[in-house]
Design a protein around this ligand. Structure first.
Ligand code: FAD
Ligand code: FO1
Length: 476
């Protein structure tokens, strides 16, 4: 009987603090990693080049880390159920292990891979790794059902015991030369570049890919910004958040490592104020888990609006206005600055994600799913659960109990970019305008013309009234 276990990586692109991988190493000293460039995913039209480039970068480091431990990461491509079953059969692997995910596609894919392996007599084992608490572990006390509202979810989630960081893997045994040849015949290839696969991203990535860079980012954040996170996270011109979202999306860092860092930071801090700041950041980690639990239990969220009144909402869906929003040419400086940040860096500050999402849905009266898709086409941290959660929250179409939430771009800018610093950074062509014009968006016509800055494509007040009327009509 072979002692070889294949460990299939998907969004856990790291060696350390990896539940499934460490369990595989406890059961056999011969563990080899695999990653399948999945043709079903690569055919999609919502993969951001920045995100794909980040993912390939993580795989490059993962490959090196396997080599340093004495093993290999095999890259294959195609339909996972065919490619993985063929590779496992040819290598006579005794089992394939992997960590589970909450997305509808993931569940379906994993079932078909498990079936294909079972047919060949190869065992499979699965684990929950990407969450501190697996779906089903945080349920309402009254009816043992999943939470649909964040605050009670948080209260229950934070009280539960959390797993410790997994032990370090020191050494592995990999494939022999002959087995590597067999793997190549069975489809293993050299890791292609993102560009080779058609994803061109020439701008720098906001955070370097891979587990070393993710650990450094976490360390840096916990040494500095976490202590004033509660206040500073709201100002898009301040570097006040962790920027760990892509690392968390692709599992370049383990969630237990992240949680432990918050506990260590809490241990080190003396003031109650600092503790509140750290807890606010922990609450963001819980939002991430909340949306993943929601996606797991209510996969219909991925299809469209959760609330009935938004299921056949009469969106205006004006393609020209949508284009102006995408390009950052709406004539509303805070909205345009944010969209330029997204287009140029693949990331957008959370405050601005809320502003532009409210603007698209409530001011332009465009279906939130258009925005959701555009975000996935651009975000380097694009993640189905968090993105869908954020969009449904902003559109008021989701589980959130608050009936309507409409952001006024000018008031948001006045509160969170009072000196127009963020706007100036991302809209250099109007950076010499008076701050008041930038923040209020009330720019005299002559001024707009001389800076060649577009007229507002809609009137916020008019659109707000229109949206409320449409909503009322749907509710009745
Ligand atoms: P930090 O403020 O440092 O937060 C730490 C981590 O907590 C983040 O890295 C992220 O993993 C998680 N987190 C924080 N806020 C949220 C939240 N509201 N929902 C879920 N998780 C959260 N986040 C994504 O990771 N991917 C997305 O595709 C995504 N799309 C969004 C779309 C909209 C319309 C909105 C309003 C929010 C979206 N978010 C998304 C949530 C949030 O904006 C980002 O997680 C955050 O800006 C990432 O920056 P950070 O890593 O510095 O976050
Ligand atoms: N996972 C894979 O196993 N193979 C891929 O080729 C792949 C590409 C990819 C591109 C963008 C992105 O955001 C994620 C990607 N992932 C890929 C990870 C993916 O999130 C997980 O496989 C999920 O489990 C899918 O439901």
């Amino acid at each position: 009987m072979s002692d070889l276990i294949l460990f299939w990586h998907r969004r856990d692109l790291r060696i350390s603090d990896n539940v499934g991988l460490v369990t595989a190493t406890r059961q056999s000293s011969r563990v080899v990693g695999i990653f399948c460039l999945d043709s079903n995913i690569l055919e999609r039209d919502d993969i951001a080049p920045a995100r794909f480039t980040y993912m390939i970068g993580c795989l490059e480091e993962l490959e090196q880390n396997y080599q340093q431990l004495g093993s290999q990461l095999l890259i294959i491509q195609g339909e996972p159920q065919k490619a993985i079953a063929q590779l496992a059969e040819e290598l006579q692997a005794k089992a394939v292990f992997w960590n589970l995910d909450v997305e509808p596609y993931s569940k379906k894919r994993d079932r078909s891979v498990a079936d294909a392996l079972k047919e060949k007599g190869i065992a499979t084992k699965n684990f929950w790794d990407q969450l501190l608490h697996a779906p089903g572990d945080v349920l309402t006390k009254s009816s043992d059902s999943p939470y649909k509202v964040y605050t009670p979810f948080w209260r229950s989630w934070v009280q539960q015991d959390k797993q410790a960081v997994t032990e370090k893997i020191k050494q592995l045994k990999g494939l022999t030369k002959a087995e590597i040849e067999t793997a190549t015949k069975a489809g293993a290839i050299a890791l292609p570049s993102a560009k080779d696969l058609g994803y061109k991203w020439d701008n720098p990535l906001l955070g370097a890919p891979g587990e070393t860079a993710a650990k450094d980012k976490l360390e840096e954040f916990c040494a500095r910004a976490i202590y004033c996170y509660d206040e500073e996270r709201n100002f898009p011109y301040v570097d006040g958040t962790s920027q760990l979202s892509a690392a968390l999306k692709f599992g370049a860092i383990g969630i237990r490592t992240v949680w432990q860092a918050t506990l260590d930071t809490l241990d080190n801090c003396r003031s109650e104020e600092a503790k509140t700041n750290i807890e606010t950041w922990q609450k963001e980690l819980a939002w991430r888990e909340f949306y993943q639990h929601c996606m797991f239990f209510f996969p219909e969220l991925a299809q469209g609006s959760y609330r009935d009144e938004f299921k056949d909402f009469p969106w205006e869906n004006d393609a020209t206005k949508f284009q102006a929003w995408c390009e950052g040419k709406t004539g509303y400086p805070i909205v345009d600055a944010a969209m330029r940040q997204l287009n140029e860096t693949g990331w957008m500050h959370n405050r601005c994600r809320m502003i532009v999402a409210s603007f698209l849905t409530k001011d332009l009266i465009i279906d939130w799913r258009w925005g959701e898709k555009y975000f996935m086409q651009k975000l380097y941290d694009g993640d189905l659960s968090a993105n869908n959660g954020g969009w449904q929250w902003s559109a008021s179409s989701g589980m959130d109990p608050k009936p309507l939430r409409i952001f006024n771009p000018a008031s948001q800018a006045a509160k969170f970019d009072q000196d127009g610093e963020y706007i100036r950074q991302w809209l250099p062509e109007i950076s010499s305008m008076e701050t008041e014009y930038l923040v209020t968006g009330k720019i005299p016509d002559l001024e707009r013309a001389s800076y060649d800055y577009p007229q507002p494509i809609v009137d916020h007040k008019v659109q707000q009234r229109k949206f409320k009327a449409l909503y009322k009509q749907q509710k009745n």
